[in-house]
Design a protein around this ligand. Structure first.
Ligand SMILES: O=P(O)(O)OC[C@@]1(O)O[C@H](CO)[C@@H](O)[C@@H]1O
Length: 388
């Protein structure tokens, strides 16, 4: 990123902002839902209540000194812990909230709740739901499309799969809005990056499990089956994160669901299962995937890995926020300039659910703002942004 190019971080404390609403409205509701989703024992319920109180008092207490990552968070939080949740960069405060939530549920503890995903019930319900059956059945129809049309359908399936985000639905009222439109469409550059060059390794930085991960896996199958990638590395989270972010266990659940499905979905599942076995599809769960930092601060080993890829595809709103630094950029700031630091070509597939935004042309921005609708944060608009 050009040295001169910078912008202040999106903060949680701006009155009326989306970020403030996340802390004030979404997190208390989420804590109640987590508390009720599993038969937690009194010690865990008390810990969840203590976190609820910490949120209500709006103060960030440090992790317990016994936490495995206490030193890392003490370093990251050197100038933040003890302050109000909303008085630090939105990204940092939000990531810390989910880390504290895992602490409260005993996820990293030595007791019986170790490794129990607090979002497991909602993830499982979504994955086993009828909507997934319908989406998998639709693959039989997609399979009859001409190749380019099929590729476009699978790309859009992965893009709009990002709307299926359980944390997002916590405060979504009413029926799902009619999904409006693509505010940036660099899909031509995306396809050029995978078709006009020798196939190579493609890294996919996944977002949510279930109804987002399923179309992501189906797109990955297309990239491998059509020879557009020699291998795909699917980056997921090493532990539960932001409600529905995918972990390795969620990938396994999706692959089992796919492989057991009838028709083309079952064929896709079988190919992906074999690709896992022969190393053409691999999983990564890098610790940095759950760090409270933008991707420009990624560690060297992750930078080297992404640099060795012919393309990196990032999925979802949170990955987009980390890609562009979760900063208050003028929306017309060029995507290529803001992501110039990123190693190798990168494509972001994202539905807009928060205020981070770059790469819009003036006309589109003026048109969208003229609607008076909160188009940046409702998930009704999306973008495919690419940088070669
Ligand atoms: O990355 P996703 O799943 O597309 O979106 C996650 C997300 O929209 O939910 C949070 C609110 O809880 C936002 O701040 C965050 O960006």
């Amino acid at each position: 990123m050009p040295e001169s190019l910078d912008a202040p971080p999106i903060m949680g404390n701006v009155p009326g902002s989306y970020a403030l609403g996340v802390f004030r409205d979404r997190h208390p509701v989420l804590l109640r839902q987590v508390r009720e989703a599993l038969p937690y024992t009194p010690d865990r319920l008390a810990a969840l209540d203590r976190l609820d109180d910490e949120v209500a008092r709006d103060v960030m207490e440090p992790l317990d000194a016994s936490a495995h990552d206490f030193a890392a968070w003490a370093e990251w939080g050197r100038d933040k812990l003890g302050r109000r949740w909303v008085d630090v960069p939105f990204l940092w405060g939000e990531v810390y909230f989910y880390r504290k939530l895992l602490d409260a549920t005993g996820y990293f503890g030595d007791g019986p709740w170790r490794g129990v995903d607090p979002f497991g019930p909602v993830k499982q319900a979504e994955l086993l739901g009828a909507a997934v059956d319908d989406e998998l059945a639709a693959l039989d129809k997609a399979g009859t499309l001409p190749r380019d049309e099929r590729a476009k359908a699978l790309l859009l399936g992965s893009l709009w799969g990002n709307r299926a985000d359980l944390s997002f639905q916590v405060t979504l009222t009413g029926e799902r809005e009619h999904v409006a439109e693509l505010v940036v469409d660099d899909s031509a550059l995306l396809w050029s990056l995978v078709r006009d060059r020798p196939p190579g390794k493609i890294c996919v930085l996944a977002d949510n499990a279930g109804r987002e991960l399923m179309p992501d896996l189906i797109l990955i199958d297309h990239l491998l089956a059509e020879g557009l990638a020699t291998e795909v590395v699917l980056h997921v989270k090493p532990h539960p994160y932001f409600v529905s972010d995918a972990t390795p266990a969620d990938v396994v659940a999706c692959l089992r669901r796919l492989a057991a499905a009838p028709g083309r979905a079952g064929e896709v599942g079988g190919r992906l299962w074999r690709a896992m076995g022969d190393g053409r599809l691999t999983l990564r769960a890098h610790p940095f995937s759950c760090a409270p930092l933008p991707y420009r601060d990624m560690p060297g080993d992750l930078r080297d890995e992404l640099a060795s890829a012919s393309l990196t595809i990032t999925k979802g709103d949170l990955n987009y926020r980390r890609l562009v630094g979760d900063q208050v950029w003028p929306p017309t700031t060029p995507f290529a300039a803001v992501t110039a630091y990123f190693p190798g070509p990168v494509v972001a597939l994202r539905t807009l659910k928060s205020d981070a935004l770059v790469g819009l042309d003036e006309h589109t921005l003026a048109e969208l703002d003229a609607t008076g609708e909160p188009w940046r944060t409702t998930g009704t608009h999306a973008m495919i942004q690419a940088r070669s």
